[in-house]
Design a protein around this ligand. Structure first.
Ligand code: BG6
Length: 294
């Protein structure tokens, strides 16, 4: 269902028969809402988000492509997140999600202006699907339609909604190596137990497992992230000082969000002419009693 979002921007609403839902803006190909079958919002979008091009929408799931952050000469996080995508009415078949009717296929191709910034022609297809249990699945397929190879980095910049950041734990990244963006991208090794948060964090974890969990004790909810084709995972929370410095982010909102971003950063992806890359993230939100037996 195509309808009108903030400031007249078109968005697609997805509804699954048991009541879960999602919304996707054509601007950025960006998921801005994912609700469970109780109507509870699971993603964070800032109350100060600016739904006005060329500003990227602060929250949901921005797509960072063809460059993550400042790993290259393009604008921060590349340009896919602040371009208009189109609905792909003739998508190539995907083997997965065949049971789900709640999905949309989007496509982004570079304009002549984009080709001046990044001189590589490509077709970026994004499928956003809700599974029968309310899981949210994003599948990206990027095809090189150029006559020469190109290289990119990528991230699903997922903003999760959490009750209180100081009560949150992330499992699956302990003992891994990471690049610390707050220390000149220097490489360190994570120690000990699950991650907890008491100050600003901006790290790129390397060679991460395909499953990462975010445990929200207060909400008694666990987010499970499953990913494919995306070896790295960024963990970001701006904390108080950086929150204040961002115009499109409320001063105290850092307490209620955490970005965990399936990504491919350390080893950029190269596609030869005609080649296609695929990267997937699948999110589920489960009551923690089901996970930990409490
Ligand atoms: C994270 C980066 O992915 O995104 C951070 O690791 C960055 O360094 C953050 O600050 C937000 O970026 P932006 O461009 O949306 O403000």
């Amino acid at each position: 269902e195509l309808c009108t979002g903030v400031h007249g921007l078109p968005k697609v609403l997805l509804r699954e028969s048991r009541g879960s839902s999602a919304e996707v803006y054509l601007y950025g190909g960006q998921v801005t809402s994912w609700k469970n079958d109780h109507g509870e919002e699971l993603l964070f979008v800032s109350s100060k988000a600016i739904f006005k091009p060329p500003k990227a929408i602060r929250g949901g799931i921005p797509i960072c492509f063809p460059q993550f952050a400042n790993h290259g000469s393009l604008e921060q996080h590349g340009f896919a997140r602040n371009r208009f995508w189109k609905i792909d009415n003739d998508p190539a078949p995907l083997p997965t999600n065949s049971t789900s009717k709640a999905y949309v296929d989007l496509i982004f191709k570079p304009s002549d202006e984009d080709l001046k910034i990044w001189p590589h022609s490509f077709e970026f297809r994004l499928r956003v699907a809700l599974g029968p249990g309310g899981d949210l699945m994003l599948t990206s397929r990027i095809r090189n339609t150029d006559a020469k190879p190109f290289t990119f980095t990528f991230a699903y910049h997922t903003y999760f909604s959490v009750s209180d950041i100081s009560e949150v734990r992330v499992e699956g990244l302990e003992t891994l190596d990471y690049l610390d963006n707050l220390q000149n991208k220097e490489r360190f090794t994570e120690q000990g137990d699950a991650l907890t948060f008491e100050s600003e964090v901006d790290k790129v974890y390397l060679s991460t497992p395909t499953k990462i969990a975010i445990l929200d004790h207060e909400k008694k909810r666990t987010f499970v992230i499953r990913k494919d084709g995306l070896p790295d995972a960024v963990v970001w929370n701006p904390w108080d000082k950086k929150a204040k410095a961002m115009a499109d982010f409320g001063d105290d909102e850092y307490k209620h969000m955490l970005c965990v971003e399936p990504a491919s950063i350390e080893k950029p992806i190269t596609l030869k002419p005609g080649e296609e890359w695929r990267g997937r993230q699948e999110l589920s939100a489960v009551p923690s009693s089901y996970c930990s037996g409490q």
